[in-house]
Design a protein around this ligand. Structure first.
Ligand SMILES: *[C@@H]1O[C@H](CO)[C@@H](O)[C@H](O)[C@H]1NC(C)=O
Ligand SMILES: *[C@@H]1O[C@H](CO)[C@@H](O)[C@H](O)[C@H]1NC(C)=O
Ligand SMILES: *[C@@H]1O[C@H](CO)[C@@H](O)[C@H](O)[C@H]1NC(C)=O
Ligand SMILES: *[C@@H]1O[C@H](CO)[C@@H](O)[C@H](O)[C@H]1NC(C)=O
Length: 464
């Protein structure tokens, strides 16, 4: 039983007693899913007691990924309803659950037991209202991010015609551990977590007034990359548990190479005091305390435990680019876009420090270490130096960040929209939020948005 893992166990007993004796009104809205009954929260974040939105948080969507389940694909819950309704377990769903362990990880912050999701519904929505559903996947480079940072209360309060969901998914070493002793079906556990949450939504969202056939996934940065990976999941061989996707500023970083994954494993194992052979190291890292694993993961640079090609029959049988090019992905309605200056976020240097082509190459290689000289030469040709007649770039810095922009943020949304529109009659849109360059301080501080809308037909383009 999972129940013992919940700090809320005493209040569960309390609810059971109240309901059994039928004397008290339960303290929040209640939804019975058959295998579990949820007590939610109708108090708004500003303290309005019976607000327009009901919240149900900390709902497990898979077994706790603890002990032998550490580094494994999420395992299904037992969702068999007990024979008597009085035996249905009551879950205190009035608040958030703990977020997943972050990087840098701090002992005592977050939890390994984080395969939890949250649902917001209009207070008046009831079963079979068939409202569209928005599911948010947080970003944070696959090393941090929490549902708490992206509350969806206002989405539902303002609209009243959607149900909103967000999920926690495992990050960094917890979600993307890899070594050669792993079963390939356990690789990319963090992406499998997202998928398991989406499958839970398919099974249960109608009870909240949502329509499982009208689910839209949405995410930004690594969350945007996640939306793409969910669209290409299993190379399009299995139906996806959603109908639409929105990707914002897809943070499409490099996947760790075999060598990087092996080095990350060996470093983590040795810091944790574990053997560095694959089989024994994996077993040992499964058994070390959370504190030990946290200390080890903090020694590994961010990005070394992140999504990888996991092989045939798995969630990522090939790189998303290759799958999209081959048409091996779900043909669904799609919106994808980015900001015009996203590329500056990860460009190492400033207009006063990044002055030469060698510095450009070093900056690009720092982000994409496996580029061959041949590819670099091709890039330099496609993005001509500022002194080449007709070059659109004012400086080497400009040239560098546009390269970063296109590789990291600017092309994947367009590419997926373009391929979708080529292959199917779905609704596809792309957009670019145009950010005027006012000054090169930290550009997030000084951005001005102008509106300049254009809209095409086949593949729609929107510039804001
Ligand atoms: C219900 O939600 C409100 C608003 O987020 C929060 O302040 C309150 O603590 C929650 N109630 C419980 C019992 O968790
Ligand atoms: C890998 O996992 C799959 C699915 O859980 C299972 O069917 C298979 O037997 C496992 N393979 C090995 C070598 O353990
Ligand atoms: C790639 O180019 C760099 C810089 O010109 C050079 O030092 C290096 O040897 C080249 N690598 C290969 C494999 O040719
Ligand atoms: C996709 O991109 C190609 C290459 O730029 C272009 O020729 C084609 O018209 C695009 N297709 C759609 C549907 O936009």
């Amino acid at each position: 039983m999972r129940v013992k893992n919940f700090a809320a166990v005493s209040s569960l007993i309390f609810f059971n007693i109240c309901w059994a004796s039928n004397k008290f009104v339960p303290p929040g809205p209640q939804i019975n899913l058959g295998y579990i009954s949820l007590v939610g929260n109708a108090t708004s974040p500003t303290g309005e007691v019976n607000g327009p939105v009901q919240f149900f948080g900390s709902i497990p969507y898979a077994q706790s990924p603890l002990g032998p389940l550490r580094f494994k694909a999420p395992q299904p819950l037992n969702e068999v309803s007990p024979s008597q309704s009085s035996q249905v377990r009551v879950l205190d769903a009035r608040n958030w659950g703990p977020p997943c362990i972050q990087q840098p990880a701090l002992v005592g912050v977050g939890s390994e037991d984080c395969l939890l999701l949250n649902v917001w519904k209009p207070s008046g929505a009831k079963e079979n209202d068939n409202l569209p559903v928005m599911v948010y996947i947080y970003g944070g480079g696959f090393v941090d991010g929490t549902p708490q940072a992206y509350p969806m209360y206002d989405w539902v309060a303002e609209n009243q015609e959607i149900v909103a969901v967000s999920m926690g998914y495992r990050l960094n070493v917890f979600g993307f551990f890899k070594n050669s002793a792993m079963n390939s079906t356990d690789l990319n556990a963090g992406l499998l977590d997202q998928r398991a949450a989406l499958e839970w939504v398919q099974r249960h969202i109608s009870k909240f007034g949502g329509d499982p056939t009208k689910v839209t996934i949405v995410g930004e940065s690594a969350g945007g990359a996640s939306t793409v990976m969910q669209v290409v999941a299993y190379g399009g061989q299995k139906p996806v548990p959603f109908a639409r996707a929105i990707s914002e500023s897809i943070g499409y970083g490099p996947m760790p190479t075999e060598e990087q994954s092996a080095a990350a494993f060996k470093l983590a194992a040795s810091v944790a005091g574990c053997p560095t052979s694959d089989e024994e190291g994996l077993e040992c890292l499964r058994q070390v305390s959370l504190g030990t694993l946290i200390a080890a993961s903090n020694q590994v640079a961010p990005g070394q435990f992140s999504p990888i090609v996991s092989g045939p029959g798995t969630i990522l049988p090939d790189s998303p680019t290759a799958l999209i090019r081959a048409g091996k992905f779900a043909l669904i309605d799609y919106i994808g876009g980015h900001c015009s200056n996203d590329g500056r976020t990860f460009t190492d240097g400033t207009p006063t420090t990044l002055l030469t082509q060698d510095q450009l190459i070093a900056a690009v290689l720092a982000r994409w270490p496996s580029l061959t000289n041949e590819t670099i030469d091709k890039i330099l040709q496609l993005y001509p130096a500022p002194d080449v007649p007709g070059s659109p770039f004012d400086s080497e810095y400009d040239r560098t960040w546009v390269i970063e922009q296109d590789t990291e943020f600017g092309c994947m949304d367009w590419f997926l929209a373009n391929r979708t529109a080529e292959l199917a009659e779905t609704a596809t849109f792309t957009f670019r939020v145009f950010v005027i360059k006012v000054a090169y301080i930290t550009l997030t501080l000084v951005s001005l948005l102008v509106e300049e809308r254009t809209q095409g037909t086949a593949s729609h383009r929107l510039t804001m």
